[in-house]
Design a protein around this ligand. Structure first.
Ligand code: COA
Length: 435
């Protein structure tokens, strides 16, 4: 890990002094990308991010640094008329892992808080920050990086692709009668989210997360979540499933809209964090949520896109999907290590020619089969950019879909079939963690 200030001096960026008529002057200036170590500076970087995001809630300035892992926030400094050295852009990350197909937990950087002040956008600063972060990942032997994107057009240029999607699932409580034979699940109990012991319990339960796409939630993440709940005017409730000491799932929920709640005939809750490490927990938690008085609606958001909750009810129309949206934006930082870390179905092999303009050492041909992954000089079956490979890596997108959209070049049709066979999974990938 690199500590202290790390300077990347001498890259030229264009800084435009804007006036009412649009960009007036575009002058090259040096910028520096530094790793931030000082708590105050890290706090300032969060301010930069929040200013860039415009509409996100402000954190308590005295606590901001508690949510960010030391050594993992980078800042872009430029000279401005008021200061020779002003922090105008930032990108952060926390050290994490992700479960990949086959069950391995692969070291990853969970990239977050990417923002450039509106006065300094479109001058290449985010590009420099992300490039620096990815190089830092390489140095830390992080095989992948992932993030959640505020917009769909930002991250592909840096090799990120959408590797998982999530659904917002709405259950109509009056119509949702469980079919005979649906397991009961175990007992649940309410816990008080304001108590530290409750946070610790949730964090402990979450360590059992083992589904493809699940990521580690480090202490910074838990602290930030608790702080955001404190700042919010919403009421959050939490239940855990299982007997004390052996809990295996939890759900955190809040009322959907409390306007006129007391006499409303249209009340709903949103379950924003639903973690079930066992199917018993899945059923126990669902049964609890659907047993709460007053409710017309339970909205589970996010859920895996292949959730199949409707199958539990006598009337499948009790369940609808409000929408599907992208979740995991994945970057394969070390393609060879990432491809080798996941498992593949047996009975086929494929040669992929991968193109990576940012981390060029990844570019090359990879022979992939259930026996392993090796570099090769043989002719490829498919040529694709590293961002497209990221889309397919967790099994959330099939190669034929990418081919149909013209996003990959298929040299042999049999190679396309082989790639889909090798990478295919029974379940859609899903993270369930917003960061
Ligand atoms: C997104 C953001 C960080 C980009 O910063 P930036 O310094 O302007 O980015 P760069 O100048 O390095 O732009 C690199 C490229 O991305 C493009 N780009 C950057 N932001 C974009 C956006 N929001 N939409 C579309 N394209 C964008 C640029 O046009 C440029 O394109 P090019 O490579 O074809 O020249 C910045 O616009 C921002 O802070 N936005 C608001 C906060 C936000 O959404 N953060 C992301 C949270 S996930």
């Amino acid at each position: 890990m690199r500590n202290g200030f790390f300077l990347m001096v001498g890259r030229l960026v264009r800084v435009a002094a804007r006036n009412r008529d649009g960009p007036a002057s575009v002058e090259p200036v040096n910028h520096e990308i530094r790793v931030l170590t000082d708590a105050q500076e890290i706090g300032r970087s969060l301010d930069v991010f929040l200013t860039a995001m415009v509409g996100l809630p402000r954190a308590d300035p005295d606590k901001q640094h508690e949510f960010m892992e030391p050594g993992r926030t980078v800042g872009a400094y430029v000279p401005t008329p008021s200061s020779p050295d002003r922090l105008v852009g930032t990108a952060s990350a926390f050290t994490s892992w992700m479960v990949v197909p086959g069950g391995k937990k692969v070291p990853q950087a969970a990239v977050t808080d990417v923002g450039v002040l509106p006065t300094h956008t479109r001058r290449g600063l985010a590009s420099a920050l992300v490039r620096h972060q990815l190089e830092q990942c390489l140095g830390r032997r992080e095989v992948i990086a992932s993030l959640r994107a505020s917009e769909g057009t930002i991250y592909e240029r840096w090799g990120f692709g959408i590797a998982s999607n999530v659904a917002a699932v709405e259950i109509s409580v009056p119509r949702a009668q469980f079919r005979e034979g649906v397991p009961m699940g175990g007992d649940v109990r309410l816990i008080d989210l304001r108590e530290r012991s409750a946070q610790d319990l949730l964090a402990r339960i979450y360590t059992g997360a083992n589904w493809v796409g699940a990521i580690d939630r480090p202490s910074y993440w838990w602290r930030a979540r608790a702080h955001m709940r404190q700042l919010s005017s919403d009421h959050y409730y939490a239940v855990v499933h299982g007997i004390p000491g052996h809990e295996d799932g939890f759900a955190i929920y809040m009322p959907e809209d409390t306007t006129a709640w007391f006499r409303s005939t249209d009340r709903g809750i949103v379950v924003g964090d639903f973690v079930a490490n066992t199917s018993r927990a899945h059923f126990g938690l669902l049964r609890y949520l659907l047993s709460i008085d007053l409710l017309q609606r339970v909205i589970l958001d996010p859920m895996p896109v292949d959730h199949s909750i409707e199958k539990l009810f006598t009337d499948e129309r009790a369940v609808g999907v409000r929408g599907v949206r992208d979740e995991t934006w994945l970057r394969l930082v070390d393609v060879q290590a990432a491809l080798s870390a996941r498992s593949y179905r047996t009975g086929a092999q494929v040669i992929l020619q991968v193109k990576d303009d940012l981390l060029r050492q990844n570019s090359g041909r990879y022979l992939i089969s259930a026996d392993g992954v090796a570099r090769t000089e043989q002719p490829p079956d498919i040529t694709l950019d590293v961002a497209q490979l990221a889309c397919a890596y967790l099994g959330g997108t099939e190669f034929w879909q990418l081919a149909q959209a013209g996003r990959i070049a298929v040299h042999k049709d049999a190679g396309l079939t082989a790639a889909d066979h090798l990478f295919g999974l029974r379940r859609a990938p899903f993270s369930g963690t917003m960061f």
